[in-house]
Each structure stands twice: as structure tokens, then as C-alpha cells.
Design a protein around this ligand. Structure first.
Ligand code: FES
Length: 104
């Protein structure tokens, strides 16, 4: 099985108990999942979306992480997702929304 070129990780604030509870979930991150899937399909991106637990950056949530680039985006909105996906395949970053990376 071939692994996807990109993994898009979206904080859904899951606790170890499996319950979503936290800033990202309360700020609507679950609603981004269908939008992300749609963008991947429409753009023909070789990417997989996964939901996650807390990234410990709650004050900047909802958080989205792009792997393998290891670029962390904060305060995600639908508009920001569109901008991020528009440049993702070109290997570019939307620096204005970046909250963490290996070179900051
Ligand atoms: S709940 Fe999303 S970063 Fe903490």
C-alpha cells in the first residue's frame, strides 16, 4: 500500500477517553473535515485527513498540521484552509497563519 504524500492533521481536541473536549472542537474543527475532504478530491491531492487530540496550542486553536512539512497552522477558518490548500502542492507555506515549524 502506498502512503499519501501529505497528511493533514486536524485537532479535534480528543482526550485519552476519546471524548472531544477543548478549544479546537468548540471552535468548529469537526466542521472543517468535510471541507478538507472536498478540497482534496477537487484538487486531486494525494493527501489524507486525520483528526487528532490536543496539540497543546489551544490558545491558537483550531490547529491544523501539514505533514511531512511539519507546518502548524492556527486559528483555522474555512478561508484559511482554502489558502493553505491553494499552495500546498507547490510546497509553499502560508506564513501569516503559521504558529510552529522547524525553522521559526
Ligand atoms: S484543543 Fe486543539 S490544540 Fe488544544
Amino acid at each position: 500500500m502506498k502512503t499519501p504524500a501529505y497528511r493533514i492533521l486536524v485537532c479535534n481536541s480528543f482526550l485519552f477517553s476519546g471524548e472531544p473536549q477543548g478549544v479546537s472542537d468548540k471552535q468548529g474543527s469537526p466542521e472543517f473535515l468535510p471541507l478538507l475532504e472536498e478540497d482534496i478530491i477537487d484538487g486531486g491531492l494525494d493527501a489524507l485527513v486525520n483528526t487528532t487530540g490536543c496539540f497543546k496550542a489551544c490558545e491558537l486553536g483550531p490547529v491544523l498540521v501539514d505533514y511531512p512539512n511539519n507546518w502548524w497552522y492556527g486559528e483555522i477558518t474555512e478561508d484559511k484552509i482554502q489558502e493553505i490548500f491553494d499552495v500546498l502542492e507547490d510546497g509553499k507555506v502560508v506564513g501569516d497563519y503559521l504558529i510552529a515549524c522547524n525553522w521559526l
